[in-house]
Write a protein that binds this ligand. Structure first.
Ligand code: UN1
Length: 492
């Protein structure tokens, strides 16, 4: 389908300037998206600014009711939206439907937040005085969303913003404009007033940069690469904007000798090859202790070889295509780095995948496993964002933790062991925003904070209650009903 812009309640399709939408399973063009200019972005920001005042005055529980309806609308369109996710970025059916489900979950969750948006009340140090905090909307929020969760992440960013009384301008990834269009259609159908949600397609360099630079957009939330995140942060800094960044990971799964081998293999395969490895939380490193390492290498390699690669909507397919030729080339490049520069041992995959003739134009790569990787190798340090994982051998838990923490990123980490004390120790020692005990590195739920430390972000979180912080300003209120002038710190 063609993607459409939505500005001030008016939809408009692609005009002379457009961007192709491609099915990564076939390489065929399946639609177009408007290629919006800075002027288009400015029009969307104006509409959002005008609409925000009235929306901010709607009681939060009423705003929540609209989000509740949006959840219902998305439930009704779940299959259709899931199919669209698969056709624009390639992920397999179960995961494409999961992507939509995550948006539904977020809509129900944030709908209920309309009846909370809790602040604090606290005693004063003075008599007959009350202290409290209130959350206030910030204004127009600029939301720049990626293609890998093309329905879920727009919901993570827009729904907390909306329930808190902000208006939004969404600039989705150019790869998945149809998904963003369908998601916004659901919000409109649920009754979001004109101008409160605006959608502007285009490139990051043009439309995204214009949104970041616009003086009337005090909040920017961006998910994408570390390099672009830094540029966003720099462009926004002179205007003192709230900037949230989610910039990827090099997530490690620690497996100790006492782990259930078959379970560990399943968790690793899911983490490494779910979404074809194109997740910020992908398990791209496995750090195993000596006693289990060789068996794990053998079983993970066999498991990766056995995964069925193909069209994401075909029953039984477990791994879909990469999103674009450039992503496929990046994976091929890193396979070469692994073999030549890093001299690691390739134990599974390593080539473009063989697929049926109808998919010849698609961007498929085999699930790939490198063994005997050492912690400083590039394939153990750099985010590949594809179906490649690196297995490393360590002596004990302490070394595993050190290796685990030794990358520039800090999004998620996992530990698989039957030893509770070891699991607890790792839970505290991992330098990541998210820790999984007895699981792989993926599986975030919407009512908990999502985000990371070090090169992954800048201290903000999305989802959960923490996700509201970006989109609200705390207002501190002192109510003195003593009838006199009471001076803090002085009249004690
Ligand atoms: C991302 O990769 O950008 O738990 C987000 C997970 C997903 C979210 C990943 N639900 O890994």
């Amino acid at each position: 389908m063609d993607a459409k812009n939505l500005v001030g309640g008016t939809w408009s399709g692609p005009k002379a300037r457009s961007l192709p939408i491609i099915d990564p399973a076939t390489g065929k063009t399946i639609g177009k998206a408007p290629r919006s200019s800075a002027k288009d972005v400015a029009a969307a920001v104006d509409a959002a600014k005008q609409a925000q005042r009235a929306w901010g005055a709607v009681p939060a529980p009423r705003r929540g009711e609209i989000l509740f309806k949006a959840a219902r609308v998305m439930e009704g369109r779940k299959q259709e939206l899931g199919r669209l996710v698969c056709s624009e970025m390639g992920k397999v059916k179960a995961e494409a439907l999961g992507d939509v489900q995550e948006a539904i979950d977020m809509a129900y969750y944030m709908a209920a937040e309309g009846r909370r948006l809790f602040g604090q009340t606290t005693p004063s140090e003075l008599p007959n005085k009350l202290c409290m905090t209130l959350r206030e909307p910030v204004g127009v929020c600029g939301l720049i969303t990626p293609w890998n969760f093309p329905v879920a992440i727009p919901s993570w960013k827009s729904l907390p913003a909306l329930v808190a009384g902000n208006s939004v301008v969404i600039k989705p990834s150019e790869e998945t404009g149809g998904c963003a269009t369908a998601y916004v259609e659901c919000l409109v159908e649920a009754g979001i007033p004109d101008g409160v949600v605006n959608l502007v397609h285009g490139t990051g360099e043009e439309a995204g940069a214009a949104l970041v630079a616009h003086p009337d957009v005090p909040v920017i939330s961006f998910t994408g690469s570390n390099a672009t995140g830094r540029a966003v942060s720099q462009a926004a800094a002179p205007m003192l904007k709230h900037v949230h960044l989610e910039l990827g990971g090099k997530n490690g799964i620690v497996v100790l000798d006492d782990a259930d081998l078959e379970f560990a293999v399943r968790a690793i395969l899911w983490s490494a090859y779910g979404t074809t490895g194109q997740r910020c939380t992908a398990g791209s490193r496995v750090i195993a202790t000596r006693g289990i390492y060789d068996r794990l290498v053998e079983r993970v390699a066999a498991g990766a070889e056995a995964l069925k690669v193909g069209h994401g909507w075909t029953e039984g397919v477990e791994v879909g295509p990469l999103v674009r030729p450039a992503a496929l080339k990046k994976v091929e490049h890193y396979v070469q780095v692994g073999l030549r520069e890093d001299k690691a041992r390739l134990v599974a995959g390593g080539k473009r995948a063989r697929v049926p003739a109808a998919l010849k134009g698609g961007f498929f790569h085999e699930p790939t496993v490198f063994a005997d990787v050492t912690p400083s190798m590039r394939i153990a340090q750099e985010e590949i964002f594809g179906p490649v994982t690196a297995l490393m051998r360590v002596d004990d838990l302490d070394e595993a933790i050190e290796v685990h923490n030794g990358t520039p990123y800090g999004l998620s980490g996992a530990i698989i062991t039957r030893n509770l004390a070891h699991a607890m120790k790792a839970m505290r020692a991992f330098k990541t925003g998210i820790v999984y005990v007895h699981n792989g590195t993926i599986g975030a739920e919407v009512h908990l904070p999502f985000g990371g430390i070090k090169g992954t972000g800048n201290g903000h979180r999305e989802a959960g209650i923490a996700g509201l912080d970006l989109f609200t300003e705390w207002k501190t209120v002192y109510v003195d009903y003593s009838g006199g002038l009471q001076r803090a710190q002085i009249d004690r």
